[in-house]
Ligand binder design. Structure first.
Ligand code: PMV
Length: 309
C-alpha cells in the first residue's frame, strides 16, 4: 500500500516581507504541485527525483533536512520511504519548500492513519520552514495546506470569496535566490529605517485588507492598482532588481497589474490578465522571461489518498 499527497504552490498578491513583521498579506494557491508518495520500506529513505538525491531519513543533508525534520516526530520508528516529485520551480518565490513539507506530512498522515488535524499538519510543516528561513510568517504553509485565496497574518487567516474569476500569467526570471538572504536584506533596511519601515508595514496591511474588498467585488482595475502599489513598496525595501522591474513595468500596459511575488531578488513576477491584451502579454513575457506560464489560481489545498497494490 502507498499513500500519496499532492500540495500546491502559491503566489502572493500583496504583503510579502511585510507579513514577517505582522502585516496582513493576500496569497493564492496555484496549479503547480508537489507530489509525495510514502510507503513502508526496509530502507527508510527520502528520494527527490528532481534533485537526483536519495538520503536516509535520519542522515539527511541540508537539502532534504527540512522534510526529515517535519516528519521525524510522526514516524516513531516506522520504516518509511518518501518519494518527492515537484513541478514547482525551486527558489523562485512559488512556495516549493512549504509545499514539499506540507505534502510530506500529509503523506505520512495518510500512510500511518494518524488522522492529524489541519493545525497539526501546519505545525509539523512549519518545523521544516523554520529550518530554512529562521522566522517564516507561515503564509506559504497555510496556502499550500488550505488552498484558495487567503487573507493572512501571523496567527490569523481567512478564506476570501472572489467576485470574479481571476487569471494570472507567471514569469520566471530563472534567477534563483534564497528567501533567507532576502529576508536578511529587508531586515537590514528595517533596522536602518525603523520609523519608515513600521509605517510601511501598516500601509502593506491596508493594501491587503482593501484588496480583499476588491477581490470580493471582482474590481480588476483596483486589484491591479494595489498589486502595482505593492511592487513599489517591495522596490523601496530592496526586494526588487532591474530584471524584475523591466518585466513588471514592460508588462503594465498589457495587464491589470504586475509585481514580483515572494521574496524577490529574482524568482517570479505575476501578471493579472486582461482578456483583450492576453495575447500581447503572452508574447511580451515569452520573449522577456526564462519561462512564462499561465496559472490557475485558488486551487484546492493539499489532498491525500491511498493506492493499494
Ligand atoms: O520563499 P518565498 O519566496 O515564497 O517568500 C515567502 C514570503 C516572505 O514574506 C518573503 C517570507 C515569509 O515567511 O512570509
Amino acid at each position: 500500500m502507498k499513500a500519496v499527497a499532492r500540495a500546491p504552490g502559491k503566489i502572493i498578491l500583496t504583503g510579502e516581507h511585510f507579513v514577517v513583521y505582522g502585516s496582513f498579506a493576500v496569497a493564492s494557491s496555484i496549479n503547480l504541485y508537489v507530489t509525495v508518495t510514502a510507503e513502508f520500506h526496509k530502507e527508510p529513505y527520502i528520494v527527490s527525483e528532481d534533485l537526483g538525491v536519495k538520503e536516509p531519513i535520519d542522515q539527511t543533508s541540508h537539502v532534504l533536512r527540512p522534510i526529515a525534520i517535519s516528519i521525524a516526530p510522526l514516524i516513531k520508528g516506522e520504516k518509511v520511504m518518501l518519494k518527492i516529485k515537484s513541478d514547482i520551480p525551486l527558489s523562485a518565490g512559488l512556495g516549493s519548500s512549504a509545499a514539499v513539507s506540507v505534502a510530506a506530512v500529509k503523506a505520512i498522515d495518510e500512510l500511518l492513519e494518524l488522522k492529524m488535524e489541519s493545525e497539526e499538519i501546519y505545525e509539523a510543516a512549519m518545523r521544516g520552514e523554520r529550518l530554512i528561513h529562521g522566522k517564516p510568517s507561515g503564509i506559504d504553509v497555510a496556502i499550500s495546506l488550505f488552498g484558495g485565496f487567503l487573507l493572512f497574518k501571523k496567527g490569523y487567516r481567512k478564506q476570501i470569496c472572489l467576485g470574479k474569476n481571476m487569471e494570472f500569467m507567471l514569469c520566471n526570471t530563472g534567477l534563483r535566490r534564497s528567501t533567507g538572504q532576502m529576508i536578511k536584506r529587508v531586515a537590514s533596511f528595517a533596522s536602518k529605517n525603523y520609523k519608515l519601515f513600521s509605517k510601511m508595514v501598516e500601509v502593506a496591511s491596508i493594501i491587503s485588507v482593501n484588496l480583499v474588498r476588491y477581490l470580493g467585488r471582482g474590481e480588476m482595475e483596483r486589484i491591479g492598482y494595489l498589486m502595482n502599489m505593492n511592487h513599489e513598496m517591495l522596490r523601496m525595501i530592496g526586494a526588487s532588481n532591474s530584471i524584475l522591474d523591466r518585466i513588471v513595468y514592460g508588462s503594465r500596459p498589457l495587464c491589470f497589474g504586475s509585481k514580483l511575488t515572494g521574496a524577490g531578488g529574482g524568482g517570479c513576477t505575476i501578471h493579472l490578465i486582461k482578456r483583450e491584451r492576453a495575447k500581447d502579454l503572452n508574447s511580451f513575457l515569452s520573449k522577456t522571461c526564462y519561462k512564462s506560464i499561465f496559472v490557475k489560481a485558488g486551487v484546492e489545498g493539499v489532498k491525500s489518498w491511498k493506492i493499494r497494490n
